[in-house]
Write a protein that binds this ligand. Sequence first.
Ligand SMILES: NC(=O)c1ccc[n+]([C@@H]2O[C@H](COP(=O)([O-])OP(=O)(O)OC[C@H]3O[C@@H](n4cnc5c(N)ncnc54)[C@H](OP(=O)(O)O)[C@@H]3O)[C@@H](O)[C@H]2O)c1
Length: 313
Amino acid sequence: MALRAVPGGSPRTPDIFWLGKRAALRLVIGLRSLPGKNEETFEMMNDVAARGLVLLGCGKMGSAMLAGWLDGGLPAASVYVLDPYPSDWLRTTGVHINVDLPCDPAVALIAVKPQMMGDALPAMQALGNGQTLFVSIAAGTSLARFEADLGAQTPIVRSMPNTPAAIGRGITAIIGNDKATAVHIALADALLSAVGQVVRLDSEGQIDAVTGVSGSGPAYVFHLIETLAAAGVAQGLPADMAMQLAKATVAGAGALALAADEDPAQLRVNVTSPNGTTHAALEVLMDAKTGFPPLLARAVAAATDRSKELGRG
Ligand SMILES: NC(=O)c1ccc[n+]([C@@H]2O[C@H](COP(=O)([O-])OP(=O)(O)OC[C@H]3O[C@@H](n4cnc5c(N)ncnc54)[C@H](OP(=O)(O)O)[C@@H]3O)[C@@H](O)[C@H]2O)c1
């Protein structure tokens, strides 16, 4: 399906509206599966509608999440967006744009680039140290940084999403500070489920490894597609056809890995006949010195190390 350019530069497909309804379903199922917390968490979601949700930055990620929430039934009148250049799409949603904020919103979601944080965060300072839950999707911005800017009593959830969030197929890891209660975490989980799966971390330190695996991971897969297509061209295929084969193979194998009961190792074994074609290729790819295992280990370690460096400023 062709990408539709959403004014403001946010690429979204019409599918996102359908995915939004699934996100709403996930939200309800997710909340219902929370043992002993259903009522409390439903109350918090009602609270979001009643007290309001502030979205700081409505670019690619902010737009994708907002589309999911609105499709999930959050009233547009409950949403307050701050963004210097609101997109045409945003203007059609009916949310409040660049107006005074409610004094005690239930959630403030931070979706500006890390380098804009210094300029953007002061607009939110009045909401710190209160009852507002802050949720950040900004890469490399620590809980300590938010506590320093917003106040140490502020409940904050830090998260690391990835780019497939733009079509509702992302995965986001979350971790809260010590002021974020289980209900806060559940609320952040439900809100971020609007753009894909959510996993919960045990410690903030794990976010660097998450960055190395899923945050930066889509780029590794794009490069796999590029190199698989180039290898097909080297074996005599037309470039367009090689690219079509490579994209569909990666997308199809990914979908199968998600849908199958068997783990990826077993799926690989299932398609590898002794001395067959796949076996010949896997002997190259699984070589302990030159194959995927050492290569990906080095790539993920490099991204993880860089994430640590960026986090130190
Ligand atoms: N994209 C991803 O897959 C991904 C993955 C992991 C984490 N993240 C994180 O998600 C966050 C958002 O990324 P994105 O890709 O959505 O970026 P983006 O498309 O650039 O969106 C950021 C938005 O914030 C706006 N903005 C800039 N300064 C502002 C201010 N002072 N107050 C309010 N809004 C302001 C920008 O407006 P202008 O365009 O006019 O500057 C833009 O609309 C980043 O922190 C990034 O680290 C993104």
